[in-house]
Each structure stands twice: as structure tokens, then as C-alpha cells.
Design a protein around this ligand. Structure first.
Ligand SMILES: *Cc1c(COP(=O)(O)O)cnc(C)c1O
Length: 398
């Protein structure tokens, strides 16, 4: 008798009651726009920025309409425009090269290691070859590269680092939080990330000039003085005349929903990692499965788990994914020939120049990915692992 999992891989936790109450309050007073404030009320968005900056340990924070908007704003603040090369991971999700393309930039893809992170030797090589001054590193699926070594490459090659922390909100390398390494960092609060406002994001920085530019670029008009996590007014003197307005603000309704989630964020991150460890334990030791080793220095948030099926033919992997699906376990395969749902690869991004990435292709050919929503119990995770291990054991030995 085959066991079947009946949970939903895309079901999130409800918004806390305090968030529902705060959202209703915003709806009642009607001041949804972030700059629609009153003397006693700085607005939910400005308060959220202050709280997120404090949680992260960053000086400044700007809330945005999406993670993608945070990235385009960061790239523009860094001076990326038409034709400018930007180094980024070949293994990431479409909004990352999409943000580079959106500002007219040219994505230059960097190879992926078997640990699913940026290949730093290839980064150094491509920095030389492309003449890029900016690297947008995507901590894809929560995997952090050796951040100290990355900082050394950035210093040696004169690269400004922007972090895409869509999957590393709550993660750290050597005790320093993801988002505090780069000149700027971008976060997403889209439903499938670590905070949920449907759509939304953050851009954080300690740099006065970059943050002043970002705030004006995000569509602040001349309301930058209503921000609580922003540089002093003097920092805006150049930005307010130089930077165009690309409306990409967060609103007070979303901010109200997010503020109520901040107190539970750390506990949620720990709960994700408990789920990850449960699935990891259940898959370890299956000969057909190649686990991704997590470095000692990395403290990650296990909101998804990845593994490799080395040496398997595409048809066998497809059959495995379908067999798991028929038992209720939803897996994504990065080696599929066609993009599907949220999953696509550099080969599908025809808006970027085609690039040879043999090492990345070899990794992605056998890469399987699974979401672990907090609505799963630890028992659910153990069952999921049993089903995946069972189906993987049916694959040819390699
Ligand atoms: C979701 C995501 C983003 C962008 O977030 P949106 O809020 O959906 O625009 C960026 N990078 C990665 C890796 C993501 O998964």
C-alpha cells in the first residue's frame, strides 16, 4: 500500500489576528497611501521600514511594491542603465535577470557550484571579461556562498555588491545576517517568501547616497522627510533633482499586514528549518539522491529543500517527479526543457544574451526542488521524505 500525502504545497499560514485588525483600521481611516499621514500617525509603511531596519540591523530601509521593484530600484540607484553589464547567478529565478533587463542592463551569468552557489572563480573571471562594476548576487533557495570570500572578490575587482535576499530573510553567514554584506540588499514579501503581504519588498542599505537615490527613485516625490528609516535631508540634495520617479511604493494596507508578522519572523524561520532537517534526515542515505551539504558558517532558513539526482536520464527524472506528484508530493525540476510555473533557467531567458554555462547546466540537469510551507507539520515532512525516498529508490542505480 503506497502512502499518499494530502497536504497543499502552496498553503501559507493565516495573517495573525493583529494584522487583520491593523488592516481593518487602515481601511476604516482610509489613509492607504504611504504619504497620506496625519500629525499623530507616521503611517504603517514608515513604521514598518523602521522595524524591519531594526530587525535586520541596517541603517536604512525602503518598503517597495515587490521584491522585483526593490531590485530595479537598487540597480538604478547603483547607476545601472542601458547596456551596463551586471554580474548575477546563472541559477536563480526569472525576476533577477528580469530586474537587470528592466533597467536596460545586460545580465552576465556566473556559473553555479554543486553546492548551488555562485562560483567565485568564475565571478572573478567574468568581472574581468565584462568590465562589470555591479554584482547582483541571488542567494537562490537560501544557499549562501562563502560571503567573506565573495567580499574579497568584490574588493579585488571593484564590484559593488547588491544582495537578492528573497530566500535568505533570517539567514546569516558567520553570524552576520544576509542583507548586511552588500551595499544594498533586496527582500520580497510576496506570498511564497518569509513574510507575506501578497506583493511587497524591502531595499536596505547603510549608505546615505544610495538610499537617498533609492527613496526618490521609488516614487517619494519630495516626501522623503516622512521616512523614519532614511538618511538625513542633506543626503537628498542631489538625488531630488537627479533621480526620476518610478512609482514602486508599498502602501499602508500591506505594511499593516507585515508589521503584525514581524514579531513571529524569527520563530517562523526556525520552524522552517526544523521542517527542512526532517526532510533532509529522511532523504539522507538514499543512494540515488545527492544531498546538498550546508556549510558550517551558514545559518539558513529551510523554507525549501533541494537535492540532486546525479547521473539520471531526463526521462527517468521526469517519471520520478510524476510518480511523486501522483502520491501528492510536488517537486520542481530545474532540468526540464520548458519553463513551468515559477521554475525556469537561463536557457529560457531569451531577453538576455545567450551564454555558455556548462557547469550550471550539469548541476541543473539533476536538480530537484521542493517547497516546505509552515502549514506542514513535522509528521507531514517525515511522510513526504518517505515518499520521495521510496520513489528515488526505484530509480536506476548509478
Ligand atoms: C520571488 C523572488 C524575487 C522577487 O520577488 P517578487 O516580490 O516576486 O518580485 C527575487 N528573487 C528571487 C530569487 C525570488 O524567488
Amino acid at each position: 500500500m503506497h502512502e499518499i500525502f494530502t497536504g497543499n504545497f502552496t498553503q501559507q499560514l493565516p495573517i495573525p489576528d493583529a494584522g487583520i485588525a491593523a488592516a481593518l483600521e487602515v481601511l476604516r481611516h482610509g489613509r492607504l497611501h504611504r504619504y497620506n499621514t496625519t500629525p499623530g500617525d507616521p503611517g504603517e509603511t514608515a513604521l514598518l521600514e523602521q522595524e524591519f531596519a531594526a530587525w535586520l540591523g541596517a541603517k536604512y530601509c525602503l518598503a517597495t511594491a515587490s521584491g522585483g521593484a526593490a531590485m530595479t530600484t537598487a540597480l538604478r540607484a547603483a547607476g545601472v542603465g542601458p547596456g551596463v553589464p551586471v554580474l548575477t547567478n546563472a541559477f536563480t529565478l526569472a525576476p533577477v535577470p528580469g530586474a537587470i533587463a528592466a533597467v536596460g542592463g545586460r545580465p552576465v551569468f556566473v556559473e553555479t557550484t554543486r553546492a548551488l552557489v555562485l562560483d567565485l572563480a568564475d565571478l572573478a573571471k567574468k568581472a574581468e571579461m565584462s568590465g562589470a562594476r555591479v554584482v547582483l548576487v541571488s542567494h537562490m533557495r537560501g544557499h549562501l556562498c562563502d560571503m567573506e570570500a565573495l567580499m574579497e572578490v568584490c574588493a579585488a575587482k571593484g564590484l559593488m555588491l547588491i544582495e537578492d535576499c528573497a530566500h535568505t530573510m533570517g539567514a546569516a553567514w558567520a553570524g552576520k545576517k544576509s542583507g548586511l554584506w552588500g551595499a544594498m540588499a533586496c527582500f520580497s514579501t510576496q506570498t511564497y517568501k518569509h513574510l507575506n503581504s501578497g506583493e511587497g519588498g524591502f531595499l536596505t542599505s547603510d549608505d546615505d547616497t544610495l538610499m537617498a537615490r533609492a527613496i526618490v527613485l521609488s516614487g517619494s516625490y519630495m516626501n522623503y522627510d516622512r521616512h523614519l528609516a532614511a538618511p538625513p535631508a542633506a543626503a537628498f540634495e542631489a538625488a531630488k533633482y537627479d533621480c526620476p520617479n518610478f512609482s514602486s511604493r508599498m502602501d499602508n494596507l500591506r505594511a499593516a499586514i507585515l508589521r503584525a508578522q514581524m514579531p513571529r519572523l524569527d520563530a517562523d524561520c526556525a520552524a522552517w528549518t526544523d521542517r527542512y532537517r526532517m526532510v533532509e534526515a529522511g532523504l539522507t542515505g538514499v543512494p540515488q539522491i545527492g544531498m546538498i551539504r550546508r556549510p558550517q558558517a551558514e545559518s539558513f532558513v529551510g523554507s525549501s529543500i533541494q537535492f540532486l539526482l546525479p547521473g539520471q536520464r531526463p526521462a527517468a527524472i521526469l517519471a520520478f517527479v510524476e510518480a511523486c506528484a501522483s502520491r501528492g508530493v510536488e517537486l520542481k525540476w530545474f532540468g526540464a526543457p520548458e519553463p513551468k510555473g515559477f521554475t525556469s533557467t537561463h536557457a529560457h531567458w531569451h531577453f538576455a544574451e545567450a551564454q555558455a554555462l556548462p557547469q550550471t547546466d550539469a548541476v541543473l540537469a539533476g536538480l530537484v526542488d521542493m517547497r516546505l510551507p509552515l502549514t506542514f507539520s513535522l509528521d507531514d515532512c517525515a511522510q513526504i521524505a518517505r515518499i520521495v525516498a521510496d520513489e528515488a529508490a526505484a530509480l536506476p542505480a548509478v
